[in-house]
Design a binder for this molecule. Structure first.
Ligand code: B12
Length: 226
C-alpha cells in the first residue's frame, strides 16, 4: 500500500464487502475504524461512501452481484450514513448558525436519494435549517412547501436520464416563486450531461462537492481524495 489511491481502493473494497454482507453493526464498526485510522473531513466520508455505492453499481452491471444484494447494500449504506450524521458529524457544530434554510429532494419517480440525503446533511452540518423530502417528490407538493417555508436554497437531485423533462419543469416552476430561492441541481446526471443547456442561468449546477463550500458559506474541504 503505497499511495492514497491504493488506500482509498482498499477502504472501498472493505466497505463494499461489509455492505453486501448486510450486517449493519459490522459496517458501522468499519466506519469507526476508518474514522479512527484516517484524518478525514466530512467530504472524505461522503466521497468514500459515494465511491462504494458506485462500485456496487458496477458489480451489479457486470452481474457479479444480484439486484437483491444491491438493495441490501443500499440499506446498509443508509444506516451508516445516518449513524455518521447523527452521532459523528454533529449537525451545526462547525459554525454558528447562518440563519438560512434549505429544502432538498429528488423529482417525481427518482428513487436515488442517498446523494440528496448527503447534501441535506452537509448543509445541516454547516448550521443551515434543512428539510429533506427524499425521493419521488411531486412538483405541486414541493412548490407548496417552498411557498410556505421560503427556503433560501432548493436542492434537487437527478440520476436517471429520462427524468430530465421533469427536472426542467421543476426548475421552471421554482423559478416563478415570489421569494426567488437559489435553485441548485446535482446528482449522477450532471456528470453525464451538460445540464446548463436546459436550465436558466440562475440555476446552479453542482458537479463537484467542493462547490458546496461557496454555497454553505463555510470551508468543508480538507484534501479531496477522489
Ligand atoms: C443504489 C442504486 C439504486 C437503488 C436506489 C436506492 C436509493 N434509496 O437511493 C435502487 C435499487 C432503488 C435503484 C433503482 C434503479 N436504478 Co439504480 N443505482 C443505484 C446505484 C448502485 C448507486 C446510486 C447511489 O446511491 N450512489 C451514491 C450517491 C451518493 O451518489 P449520487 O446520487 O451521485 O450523489 C452524489 C452526487 O451526485 C451529489 N448529489 C446528488 N444529488 C445532489 C443534489 C444536489 C443539489 C447537489 C448539490 C449534489 C447532489 O452528492 C452525492 C455526493 O457524492 C447506482 C450506480 C451508480 N453508478 O451510481 C445505480 C444506477 C444509478 N441505477 C440505475 C438503474 C438503471 C436503476 C433502475 C432503472 C433499475 C431498474 N431496472 O429498476 C431503477 C430506477 C429507479 C428510479 N426510478 O429512480 C443505473 C442508471 C443507468 C442510467 N441509465 O443512467 C445505475 C447507474 C446502475 C448501472 N450501473 O446501470 N438503484
Amino acid at each position: 500500500m503505497n499511495n492514497k489511491g491504493d488506500i482509498l481502493k482498499s477502504w472501498v473494497e472493505q466497505f463494499t464487502e461489509a455492505f453486501l454482507e448486510g450486517n449493519i453493526l459490522n459496517a458501522k464498526e468499519l466506519l469507526d475504524v476508518y474514522l479512527n485510522d484516517n484524518e478525514t473531513t466530512t467530504m472524505d466520508v461522503h466521497q468514500l461512501l459515494t465511491a462504494v455505492m458506485t462500485y456496487i453499481g458496477d458489480l451489479w452491471e457486470q452481474n457479479i452481484i444480484t439486484v437483491a444484494q444491491e438493495h441490501i447494500a443500499t440499506n446498509v449504506c443508509k444506516y451508516v450514513l445516518h449513524y455518521y450524521h447523527l452521532e459523528v458529524s454533529m449537525p451545526g457544530s462547525l459554525i454558528d448558525s447562518p440563519n438560512k434554510k434549505g429544502m432538498f429532494y429528488c423529482i417525481e419517480d427518482e428513487q436515488h436519494d442517498i446523494g440528496i440525503d448527503m447534501i441535506s446533511n452537509i448543509f445541516k452540518e454547516a448550521g443551515w435549517t434543512t428539510k429533506l423530502l427524499g425521493a419521488n417528490m411531486p412538483i405541486d407538493a414541493a412548490c407548496q412547501l417552498a411557498l410556505d417555508w421560503k427556503p433560501d436554497i432548493i436542492g434537487i437531485s437527478i440520476s436517471i436520464p429520462y427524468h430530465l423533462p421533469k427536472l426542467i419543469k421543476h426548475i421552471q416552476v421554482l423559478n416563478e416563486l415570489p421569494h426567488q430561492p437559489l435553485v441548485i441541481v446535482g446528482g449522477r446526471l450532471v456528470y453525464i450531461y451538460d445540464l446548463s443547456l436546459y436550465c436558466p442561468a440562475s440555476t446552479i449546477i453542482v458537479k463537484d462537492l467542493s462547490e458546496l463550500d461557496k454555497l454553505t458559506g463555510i470551508e468543508f474541504i480538507g484534501e479531496v481524495h477522489i
